[in-house]
Design a protein around this ligand. Structure first.
Ligand code: TYM
Length: 372
């Protein structure tokens, strides 16, 4: 059990030795010396983003912002989930292009390859091997009950493939392969984390050990984040329809256009009336990109029925432009730097495989694969 000294750091008891002083015949007693050895210990963090399109504000505030903070305090592995993207059958060119885009945007957002291990999931085949082992103890019923599986089946009834069904198992393999305890993700991934714990614990029970530790979803604030989209309905997402998401690579003009088209209602008619979902969504977006004073100003206008949604949207768009500027300005330069991308991906793959191959070796032994 590690002892924790603040966020992410601590020491772990690595060995306990007993030395017995020789007892001379007739002495009647001896001395047992206990030697405790401690090693510096850093909690492990794993997270990834599916490479299915450009990253948006939901990815940033739900995940990447935490990645950037955590890299200073934890042993971090951040990967590009290109294997997960295969459920939607990308073309070879698309597969490569979207994976590159995520890598570029990770770097532009401030993930530092010297501090965190950045890699492509497909560069670490040990993950696929662990996925196979975990699949043997993942059951159809529980996989079919996963909310994201049910959502995907509803959205694409003609493409209910086995990869989609076992998506949470691959995710568990991503996390367990490095023994992560903290997984920075948005609210939508909470159930997947619960399933990762289930699969890890089931493996432990089956082989009668405590090999895998339990991973938990993490956010620096009290609760996990869900960033709404601009369509007035649910969350911001890559595939939620045109205009729903603000991408980190969007130009200021594109951001203004999308925000001005966001769904609103006819406006409040009574003081302090509750906000309908589409209006609450705009206020929630303002909460993450604007200052508290700006938020309070528009909240007061809403509560006194003096709000003009056009003004709110203009302010929201400008604040989004400011919030994304430092990332947007770096994207193009990094995308053009092929040697840098190659170096980061290779270095990351080597480091990730070091950790992953150790796990696979141990897992194989636990399962009972032996050399002849
Ligand atoms: P993906 O690619 O859908 O999303 C990547 C990350 O962004 C977060 N996110 C959001 N957070 C708040 N509000 C939103 N509107 C929003 N949209 C997306 C997600 O919660 C996620 O943290 N299954 C994962 C990828 C993955 C993974 C893993 C993550 C594969 N293996 C292992 C963690 C650990 C996914 O599809 O995320």
């Amino acid at each position: 059990m590690p002892l924790s000294f603040g966020e992410g750091f601590g020491v772990r008891l690595v060995s306990v030795l007993f030395k017995k002083k020789p007892i001379s015949p007739g002495d009647g007693f001896g001395v047992r010396l206990k030697i405790l050895t401690f090693a510096p210990y850093m909690e492990t963090v794993v997270s990834g983003i599916r490479s299915t399109g450009n990253l948006h504000l939901g990815n940033y505030y739900g995940a990447i912002q935490n990645f950037v903070k955590m890299q200073n305090e934890y042993k971090c592995y951040f990967f590009i989930a290109d294997l997960h993207s295969l459920t939607t059958h990308p073309t070879p060119a698309n597969l490569h292009g979207t994976a590159k885009q995520v890598l570029v945007e990770y770097l532009a957002a401030g993930i530092d390859p010297e501090k965190a291990t950045i890699y492509l999931q497909s560069d670490v085949p040990e993950v696929i091997e662990l996925y196979l082992y975990l699949n043997m103890n993942a059951y159809q019923g529980e996989l079919e009950r996963s909310t994201s599986f049910k959502d995907k089946v509803r959205a694409n009834p003609d493409n209910v493939n086995a990869g989609l069904l076992t998506y949470p198992v691959l995710m568990a393999a991503d996390i367990l392969i490095h023994h992560a305890t903290k997984v920075p993700v948005g609210k939508d991934q909470e159930q997947h984390l619960e399933m990762s714990r289930t699969f890890g614990n089931r493996f432990n029970r089956l082989y009668n050990n405590d090999y895998f530790t339990e991973p938990y979803a993490f956010n620096f604030s009290e609760s996990l984040v869900k960033i709404p989209g601009l369509d007035g309905k649910g969350k911001m997402g890559k595939s939620e329809g045109e205009g729903n998401a603000i991408f980190l690579s969007d130009t200021p003009e594109a951001i203004r256009k999308k925000v001005m088209r966001a769904v609103t209602d006819a406006g409040p008619t009574q003081d302090n009336q509750p906000k309908p979902q589409e209006i609450q969504n705009l206020f929630d977006l303002m909460k993450v990109v604007s200052t508290p004073d700006t938020l309070e100003h528009f909240d007061n206008l809403y509560n006194t029925c003096a709000i003009r949604y056009g003004d709110l949207k203009k302010q929201l768009a400008e604040d989004m432009i400011i919030a994304t500027a430092p990332i947007r300005e770096k994207i193009q330069d990094i995308a053009n730097d092929a040697p840098l991308l190659r170096q980061v991906a290779r270095y990351g793959a080597t480091k990730a495989r070091e950790s992953a191959s150790k796990t696979i070796k141990e897992v194989r032994e636990i399962i009972g694969f032996r050399n002849f």
